[in-house]
Design a protein around this ligand. Sequence first.
Ligand SMILES: Nc1ncnc2c1ncn2[C@@H]1O[C@H](COP(=O)(O)OP(=O)(O)OP(=O)(O)O)[C@@H](O)[C@H]1O
Length: 485
Amino acid sequence: MSHSKEWVLEPETEYRFELDPGNSLAIKLVRGHAEIFGAELAEGKTYLFAYECKAAVFTYQGCTIEMSTASTEYVSEETPMYPYANVHLALEKMRVRAQRAQHGSPAPGPDEDAEPPRVLVLGPENAGKTTVCKILVNYAVRAGQDWAPVYVNVDPGEGGWTVPGSISATSVSAPLTTASPANPLGSAATSAPSTLTSNALLPLVYWYGHAETKRNPLLMDRLIRNLGENVNERHDVDLEGRVAGLIVDTPSSFASSSSTSNADHRHMLIKACVDAFRINVILVLGHEKLNVEMQRTYGNRMTVVKIPKSGGVVELDAHYRHRIHTQQLHTYMYGQPIHPPPGLPASANATAGGESALEAHLSPSSSVISFSDLTIYRIGEQSMAPSSALPIGATRTVSEMQPVQVDPAAPGSGLLNAVLALLAPPQHPDEAERYDEEVLDLQVAGFLAVTNIDVARKRMTVLSPSPGSFAGRTAIMGSFEWTEQ
Ligand SMILES: Nc1ncnc2c1ncn2[C@@H]1O[C@H](COP(=O)(O)OP(=O)(O)OP(=O)(O)O)[C@@H](O)[C@H]1O
């Protein structure tokens, strides 16, 4: 690499970097062993990072890395990687015990708890929750036992494998890579070009439609329970997969609240997770008050552990989060090629998290459909005035959970540039089993963006990852807007 430098990292240190918008970075492990959030780097291979990525290369034994220049970079000797590795070892013991019990050899003692680890990770904003979840999942995948733990993302502010506004779960059998914040958990089958088969994650997705849980906590509660039910159903039939357990990444709104009503909501949503995913371990990231609160509420029935926050976690502001949301939506449609830093020879064969960085191009299809093809709903009223703001004696006519059909021809429908979740067809073809709020319980099959509305001809243009008919399908809109970049 020209303009590159070599750094020797002492054992138990990490090289941290942050990239500005136009900056990309190439890192090669020259000697030794190193990992990025638990995913091992292969010696001699060049990895690319871009789009304001912030991450760290950690080494237990020491290593030499060669890299181009990042916008911000430094080496830290203080990391919480040992406590995290200890948590992993404890979870690993639970997996092994669960597997033994599963195989009946030797039978666990009467008091021995042989449940697989089902972990809820809680913490305030910028505590590094997603990073810890990634590290723990990656360590499990690397354990050499063929574990494929389920990664559950109930943070609608973070796109995970799909787009922001959704919550999802998938079982992970290969390390989750880091290259761009648009794919915080690496790429999945839904966002990666179909020619790339190395990462065949197929997430189970529900659409909440907003970035913030306080916008419609009741809907969040219901979707969390739906997701949990689905994961449990899979584990009930996949007993081998079940022993690897699951890890739930949560939004920061679960950890702190600005008002009493928000506090009620966050307790309700934590409880929804605990029930839905049959949680038996809670990890609290560097937050004393929350730790005490969780100990009091759940300490008698499960393990509640406080773990340290890493000093490397970057404070992400609202503008950054907004940019990443736009980027994630754009990446869902178009893919996200990463251009190597200038001077990197083609022979370096650089990859973004293992995939060829420049191939990551997708071509969505733009189609003109009739208004009558697609039935579109929004859940509850678009903007719910607080009850106190309603005229005296007035009651709400639309509840928070009621699907309200959107008329594309109506002025102010808000549909132009809206992001829509296309729902999977209902599981009960039998009309008698259909019910009003059924759309709340349907999984997401994909996402669309409405790019034009022609009221006169009763047609609209939608952008979607693949061509196909939408006739007879149902979609839900939320509050995310599509902007062409
Ligand atoms: N040790 C580290 N060195 C450098 N960057 C890091 C480190 N740990 C985490 N980061 C970065 O800090 C940012 C915030 O971390 P992360 O997303 O894990 O926090 P979070 O608690 O999940 O955030 P949120 O507030 O969105 O819930 C991410 O960009 C992540 O890649």
